[in-house]
Design a binder for this molecule. Structure first.
Ligand code: UD1
Length: 420
């Protein structure tokens, strides 16, 4: 199993390019199932989760071709058995996003329930409630959701009583081919949802309000083919900026827009970073200073993203002062704390959702284990500041969400090697 070996102490310095967003590529790839015509996806990141989604599309019977520029062309003309098997869904929860497109286009689908996962129970009740409101019959049999709508879906008003990114995406896609108008309320407003809405519009969907709490969709009988460029990965960009801040470095991230990172940049400024913004780039300079501790509270967009919580924990671990971190989205998302404390951090967890971090002068290397995607990137940041060489095990978690992380970090002066 691959490991990362990181020798800490070098401030990050230089420039790096941000890849396409994983959390945008996954729903958009699922959305290619809505049309029988070919769809080209540009700027898809080369990541394990994206490969899993492509494998799922292939299992369903879609033709998928990846060209020399890494564009992904999907043609879901005729599909085979409309079944998303447990083996694929269990490895990646976003596989559940094929349910809405399949039932909308074919009137039936069987998709495995995602099941438990390391960061909490993560139910799909809102997805199912919304599809039922659009006329689907839902049964759960032996861990599989059987959805059917023999006469097609009907548009309806749906209020989601939890703000859910995946739920909003599944229902948006389903509504594109439903008869009549759907009004989705209390929607998640993440930029990836705006990107999905723009993609669906490019295929001929009549959709408005994506990126706000109310999305309206006027169903059409069919979508056509098209092409779409995936937006930049704001979590990848944020992670590298935090790594630069924690190491007292200076870094420019390119191919990214600052407006999708507003809450993160604000916290970095509070931590003492000097931030400059240009067209398509963000530059952070710590002027060699140690960061100041910053309180964090996660919330749905435009609040502070849960996917950046662990990285700020690492920053606070070496900051001046103490900070409180509140995790309000997931119930079990502090698994990195134990590992960070092995590196000499001083972090206490109170209940499920609060941690208090007392910044320490230095961390020291130790063998650690990645437990989930963002937790593992926080360990990378901690290792970049720790004295000595840290070995991070189970980095397949990192490969789910960070494209060629060791190459990008080497490019900006970090001492990182992948060891097998
Ligand atoms: C997406 C992101 C993930 C991010 C998360 C929150 C993708 C592929 N993944 O995950 O990186 O951390 O948003 O920003 O885009 N919930 C329910 N019922 C439901 C659905 C969700 O109670 O039917 C709860 C979940 O348990 C969780 C909260 O809602 O507590 C948010 O989950 P959700 O927004 O759905 O996350 P994902 O779409 O799975």
């Amino acid at each position: 199993m691959d490991k990362l070996s990181i020798t800490g102490g070098n401030p990050l310095a230089g420039r790096l390019r941000v890849s396409g967003a994983k959390n945008s590529a996954l729903p958009i790839l699922a959305g290619t199932l809505l049309t029988e015509q070919p769809v080209t996806i540009r700027n898809a990141p080369h990541l394990h989760d994206v490969t899993t989604m492509i494998e799922l599309l292939g299992t369903l019977g879609a033709d998928v071709v990846i060209d020399e520029k890494l564009n992904v062309e999907v043609c879901a003309g005729t599909l085979g058995e409309l079944l998303a098997p447990y083996e694929l869904v269990k490895t990646m929860r976003a596989s559940f996003l094929v349910l809405g497109p399949l039932v909308a286009r074919f009137g039936q689908a069987r998709v495995s329930l995602p099941g438990g996962c390391a960061i909490g129970s993560r139910p799909v009740d809102q997805h199912l409630k919304g599809l039922e409101a659009m006329g689907a019959q839902i049964e759960v049999v032996d861990g599989y959701v059987h959805a059917s709508a023999a006469d097609g879906l009907r548009g309806n008003d749906v209020y989601m009583d939890v703000v859910t990114v995946g739920g909003t995406e599944n229902l948006m896609m389903a509504a594109c081919l439903a008869r009549g108008r759907t009004r989705l309320r209390n929607c998640a407003q993440e930029p990836e949802i705006t990107d999905l809405g723009n993609f669906l519009s490019a295929l001929g969907a009549k959709i408005s309000g994506h990126g706000t709490a109310t999305i309206e969709i006027e169903g059409v009988p069919a979508l056509h083919g098209g092409s779409h460029k995936i937006m930049p990965d704001r979590v990848e960009a944020g992670t590298y900026l935090v790594a630069a801040a924690a190491t007292g470095g200076r870094l420019r991230v390119m191919d990214v827009e600052a407006d999708i990172l507003a809450s993160v940049l604000e916290k970095l400024r509070q931590a003492g970073a000097d931030i400059k913004i240009g067209e398509g780039w963000i530059e952070l300079d710590m002027h060699g200073r140690r960061p100041r501790a910053v309180d964090i509270e996660t919330a749905p967009y435009p609040g502070f993203p849960t996917d950046m919580q662990a990285q700020f924990m690492a920053l606070n671990a070496v900051a001046e002062g103490a900070a409180t971190i509140r995790e309000n989205i997931f119930e079990n998302r502090f698994m990195h704390v134990q590992e960070m404390n092995r590196l000499g951090a001083d972090i206490e967890v109170h209940g499920h959702s609060m941690a208090v971090v007392h910044g320490v002068g230095a961390l020291t290397a130790a063998p650690v284990m990645a437990t989930d995607l963002r937790a593992s990137s926080s360990l990378v940041i901690a290792a970049l500041v720790a004295q000595g060489t840290t070995l991070i095990d189970r980095i397949y978690h990192i490969d789910r969400g960070y494209e060629t992380i060791e190459e990008k970090l080497q490019q900006v002066g970090a001492q990182v090697q992948r060891v097998t």
